[in-house]
Write a protein that binds this ligand. Structure first.
Ligand SMILES: C[N+](C)(C)CCCC[C@H](N)C(=O)O
Ligand SMILES: O=C(O)CCC(=O)C(=O)O
Ligand SMILES: [Fe+2]
Length: 408
């Protein structure tokens, strides 16, 4: 044991003498009597830069831009952007990550202006701009707001008086499209007004924003209460709040609704911000929130034309505990009751009247819903009611938003 400690001490001293900088502290109690408790060397660049860094035994610690960051040495080698390690035309690695020695440590580290230079045992030099390190560090990413959202109940949403975007402006100007997407990203729902009440114009609208996702319901779908499909949506019955296609491995990200005609009563659309409800659960019963995010559920969709089953997986989405979709809570016995309790807590929040935003979809008013966040439902209705719409590929909607400079 003793020799181990001495060799440890020796390697520190060598490291120090080799010009490396090390954070030297003796944690072994037996050393206490021999040396001061902790000796700390760290390298400080010019005061104006206010950048401190320390080379630990197993990681590199950087203090810069009010952030303390820790980098693994393999990570620092692997993210090298030198010509031999990274293809700057394709923005892809040329370096084989698996070839990096898992025990690698830099021979020397030096700071020049705002660039850190790491020289590795084989002589390869990796350089990092300090700001790049902050942007790409775990600690830096953690601080970044991934995507600003405004969670809402009915009052919050109505008081926000979110402006709808006009069809022409949405189609013909980036400003119109950007305003629409900004609202959609913030609230999880957004409307486009004055859309000619046809499936073709609705399709044109959808394609402005993303690729249309073809599903078992077709590309652009159109439905009335003719029970043409074995689904409650194709009836006059009420539909409780839910998200669609939870039985897909990747539930549809965005849902578009356009009511083309309704001669009758009822048929209002219900919208509830699922993230607002989930936030209430998180505040009131964090362990129940945790359980709901962890328990994989098997969803099924059985129609008169055959079965559509998904494997039990942690699914996005919310379905009522009715046999038509959530066919069984396939979890170990000792989890089942806790799951039902947690599901009940969420359902209570989703059903609070103050969280319900009701809107009557009229011809010309197209509704986009984030189907991974906002649950939708429908009031029962009378008469002839005709809706069209589609599902959109989520990544393409987010990509369109990013191309317009939005955080998505
Ligand atoms: C009409 N439209 C295609 C929108 C929906 C069809 C039924 C969707 C199914 N109830 C679900 O929850 O996924
Ligand atoms: O008829 C409606 O308003 C919506 C029905 C529904 O939930 C759906 O089609 O996904
Ligand atoms: Fe639905």
């Amino acid at each position: 044991m003793w020799c181990h400690r001495l060799s440890h001490l020796q390697s520190k001293l060598q490291n120090l003498l080799r010009g490396g900088v090390t954070y030297w502290t003796f944690q072994q109690p037996s050393f206490k009597s021999l040396f001061p408790l902790a000796i700390q060397w760290h390298h400080t660049a010019s005061k104006s830069l206010n950048c401190n860094w320390q080379q630990h035994e197993d990681h590199f610690e950087l203090q810069y831009a009010n952030t303390v960051m820790r980098f693994d040495y393999v990570w620092l080698r692997d993210h090298c952007r030198s010509a031999s390690c990274y293809n700057s035309k394709t923005h892809q690695r040329s370096l084989d990550t698996a070839s990096v020695d898992l025990c690698i440590k830099p021979k020397t580290i030096r700071l020049d202006e705002t660039t850190l230079f790491f020289t590795w045992p084989d002589g390869h030099v990796t350089k990092y701009d300090l700001d790049w390190l902050v942007r790409n560090s775990y600690e830096g990413q953690k601080q970044k707001v991934i995507q600003p959202r405004i969670l809402w109940n009915a009052e919050i949403y109505q008081q926000a008086q979110v402006p709808s975007v006009d069809f022409q402006s949405f189609l013909e100007t980036n400003e119109g499209l950007k305003n629409f997407l900004q609202n959609f990203l913030l609230y999880g729902i957004a409307f486009v007004e004055n859309v000619p009440p046809t499936q073709e114009h609705t399709e044109k609208l959808a394609e402005r924003i993303s690729l249309i996702r073809e599903t078992i319901y077709g590309r652009m779908w159109y439905f009335t209460s003719d029970f043409s499909r074995g689904d409650t949506a194709y009836t006059k019955l009420a539909l409780d709040r839910h998200t669609d296609t939870t039985y897909f491995q990747e539930p549809c990200g965005i849902q578009v609704f356009h009511c083309l005609k309704h001669e009758g009563t009822g048929g209002r659309t219900l919208l509830v911000d699922g993230f607002y409800a989930a936030e209430q659960v998180l505040q009131k019963a964090p362990e129940e929130f945790e359980l709901l995010t962890k328990v994989p559920l098997k969803h099924e969709y059985i129609e008169n034309v055959g079965e559509y089953l998904s494997s039990p997986d942690v699914h996005l989405g919310y379905k009522q505990l009715v046999p038509d979709v959530l066919n069984q809570v396939t979890v170990p016995y000792d989890v089942v009751h806790r799951w039902y309790t947690a599901h009940r807590t969420l359902t209570i929040e989703l059903r609070r009247p103050e969280n319900e935003f009701w809107v009557k979809l009229k011809p010309g008013r197209v509704l986009f819903i984030d189907n991974w966040r906002v649950v939708h439902g429908r009031e029962s209705f009378t008469g002839y009611r005709q809706l069209c719409g589609c599902y959109l590929t989520r990544d393409d909607v987010l990509n369109t938003a990013r191309l317009l400079g939005l955080q998505a």
